[in-house]
Design a protein around this ligand. Sequence first.
Ligand SMILES: Cc1ncc(COP(=O)(O)O)c(C=O)c1O
Length: 376
Amino acid sequence: MSTRIPLVDLKAQYESIKRELDGAIARVMESGKFIGGEEVSSFEQEFASYCRKKHAVAVSSGTSALHLALLANFVNGKLKRGDEIITVPNTFTATAEVIHFCDNKIKFVDVDDYYLMDVEKLRDSISLNTKAIIPVDLYGQTANMHRIMELASEKNLLVLEDAAQVHGAEYKGWKTPIAETGCFSFFPAKPLGTIGDGGAIVTDDEDIARKARQLRDHGRSDRVEGKYEHTLIGLNYRLDSLKAAVLRVKLRHLDRWIVQRRNNAALYNELLAEIPEIETPKEFAGNKHVYYVYTIRTKERDSLAAFLEKEGIATQIYYPIPLHLQEAYCFLGHRKGDFPVAEKQAGQVLSLPIYPELSEEQIEYVCDKIKEFYSR
Ligand SMILES: Cc1ncc(COP(=O)(O)O)c(C=O)c1O
């Protein structure tokens, strides 16, 4: 067996559904329709129905989905400049940068042992200026959404769920996102990824969907004959037809891939259980984790990662520097120790290959190498 194990293998995924993908790509090329059209609207209907939401608005990336969802709430008057929005520091920078670019104040709150927003700390950090919460469903697992939603309704706050990493995840039998509005990324490596960047806002709020549709397309009037009528100042955040056609094919395989990801995680859990130095990922009671990444924790993280790299096994750290300690956010005035749980996790987390096409033999090889590392 080749000992080179990548973190993700999108070529293997392509090979497994090549005929369907090639057919979809040819269909778009032959149609000559590359912006909007039936591929995009059909994908929106199919993805909304998959997420059990009323609307999906396909956009150019997960970042634009978050940005547009916030902007739509400005247009409908639920948010204004200077409002405080709470999120977590252990996320991809996109979650916080959109808050900044809407001229809102970023407030971080620490996370729990599941890498998810700590609800008690959230309660303590809500101030009179707080207007919204952006919980992040990290690594493939939904945040403690019912408690977050309860708190939000008690304090009259908006909840926008960053679901960039959790396509197909469930929480107490409910499909994610649990909030009325959630944002996905279709970055190629995500559980549902396209050929380049892509994203979507899914929502039960008709008004948000309508505003987001207008805003992604230069604020165009939604009158059929209103191509050059702009009722809002918008942006070009559209998803290309080709990317939508690819997503329609991949969506049909998503549930099968989730089963494979979960089986892979179960095998890792079983094989790594005998190594006391390693903490395997925990599934929150009632959650269906989709294992976008499989993240272990160990004090020897850096030397283990270097050892595995030498053995041909790719790993990744999501995320090595929590946002409050990043240079880009130094204007917030945070220092080491402000969010101790997120900081400790950032020093110990390591993600192993978990993609659906990974074989049992490859997982056994990774675990054997980890055992070898600890037995030296
Ligand atoms: C938690 C989270 N939020 C937002 C984003 C942004 O998505 P995109 O890269 O599609 O802009 C990502 C992407 O990695 C993410 O992981």
